[in-house]
Design a protein around this ligand. Structure first.
Ligand code: DGY
Length: 383
């Protein structure tokens, strides 16, 4: 039987409770746990709803507050690691994770994962269509850094390496929890660490396609993603210093064109993002930016006078990432420089490739990651 874990922060409690109920009524599920980031009135509302769900369901349903497990900022990582710990202390054979805020969560997510687990895949990852200007950390940071760090591995081909929707067998969960690289990541870096560690374990990965997409709350300006950006970037940089994963079987279900609601959606608010480039440069940031190669550092610094981002095309971004691999330090000045560079890259992409329609924009994003892997593979071969 399976356990289903929903990490919960401050999402709509009604949505979270509906998701607990969906999971608890699935015939394969014997235990459902919402892991709250902190004890809050919202989590109390989830707990009240969960008690109601438990009265009607055959599965056990509970709400807990996450343990302090990692040594980074206490965040989503501690939530997932707490779920993993509860799973390993239970009798269930499989564990699923789903974000608590998915408004179109239904039994088909669990069915899709269970079917692939039944077929012998120890790791199932759900993936789904996203707006062409959504997933900008995935497309601009995680997959590129996996491609640069491990160009010959299938790691960078995993569609949604930051996805929190996955299912695992017990032996894989045991292995992940034995990895310090994973258990230290209490912050947003957890998904990166888990994706790398699953690949490093050589496990076959099955990617299950959810055609309807994941409907959840969208972002305002890119400033909302700043902390996530640093933490995902820092985790991905660490993976570039670790051994490349061995070959592993990687099966991806075919994708269908995105439904219009996703294809026409804008992932973030462009106007409120633009001013982030020029706002409040400190002397330390200026010094950090000035140490970048001039073809990147100079146009970035020009933002002190007016927003400038066209310079940050796919080629400049490759050079920026490879320079950051040696220059970046997890300090405020470098974090801001990383953030501004990423904002420039996302705006440059939004105002060029993303204007070509959803299908074409997605093809270009994929081709760019492929080209980074090819470029890094050539560089390695030349070493
Ligand atoms: C990503 O990039 O995938 C993050 O979820 C932010 O959208």
């Amino acid at each position: 039987m399976s356990m289903v874990v929903f990490p919960y922060k401050a999402d709509d409690p009604d949505v979270a409770v509906a998701n607990l109920a969906t999971a608890a009524s699935h015939p394969r599920v014997s235990r459902v746990v919402a892991v709250g980031a902190a004890s809050t009135p919202l989590l109390d509302r989830v707990a009240d709803g969960a008690a109601e769900v438990a009265r009607r369901a055959d599965a056990a349903v509970e709400v807990v507050v996450q343990d302090r497990i990692g040594d980074r900022r206490p965040g989503k990582g501690d939530g997932m690691l707490t779920g993993m710990r509860l799973f390993l202390a239970s009798d269930e054979e499989r564990v699923h994770f789903y974000d608590a805020d998915i408004t179109n969560f239904d039994a088909s997510w669990i069915d899709g994962a269970e079917g692939a687990l039944d077929a012998g895949y120890p790791v199932v990852r759900h993936f789904f269509p996203r707006a062409s200007t959504d997933a900008m950390i995935t497309w601009m940071v995680t997959r590129p850094l996996f491609a640069i760090g491990h160009p010959r591995s299938a790691l960078w081909r995993i569609r949604q390496p930051l996805g929190g929707e996955l299912a695992l067998t017990r032996p894989v969960a045991e292995e992940l929890m034995a990895s310090e690289f994973v258990t230290r990541r209490s912050d947003w870096g957890i998904d990166t660490a888990l994706t790398y560690a699953m690949a490093a374990g050589g496990h076959a990965v099955y990617e299950h396609y959810v055609a309807g997409g994941k409907q959840h709350a969208l972002y305002g300006s890119l400033a909302e993603l700043e902390e996530m950006l640093w933490e995902c970037f820092e985790a991905a940089v660490e993976t570039t210093r670790l051994p490349s994963p061995p070959p592993f079987e990687h099966v991806t279900e075919p994708e269908a064109p995105a439904p219009p609601a996703i294809a026409h959606k804008v992932g973030y608010d462009v106007e409120s993002t633009l001013h982030l480039l020029a706002a409040e440069w400190t002397a330390d940031e200026e010094e950090a930016a000035a140490s970048l190669p001039p073809s990147i550092g100079e146009p970035l610094l020009a933002n002190r006078r007016r927003p400038t981002f066209a310079f940050c095309d796919a080629d400049a971004w490759y050079r920026a990432l490879t320079s950051l691999l040696s220059l970046y330090r997890p300090e405020p000045a470098w974090r801001r420089v990383l953030f501004r560079l990423w904002v420039a890259r996302v705006l440059a992409y939004t105002t060029t490739d993303a204007l070509c329609g959803h299908g074409e924009a997605m093809r270009r994003l994929e081709t760019t990651v492929q080209s980074y892997a090819a470029r890094s593979g050539d560089r390695e071969a030349g070493d």
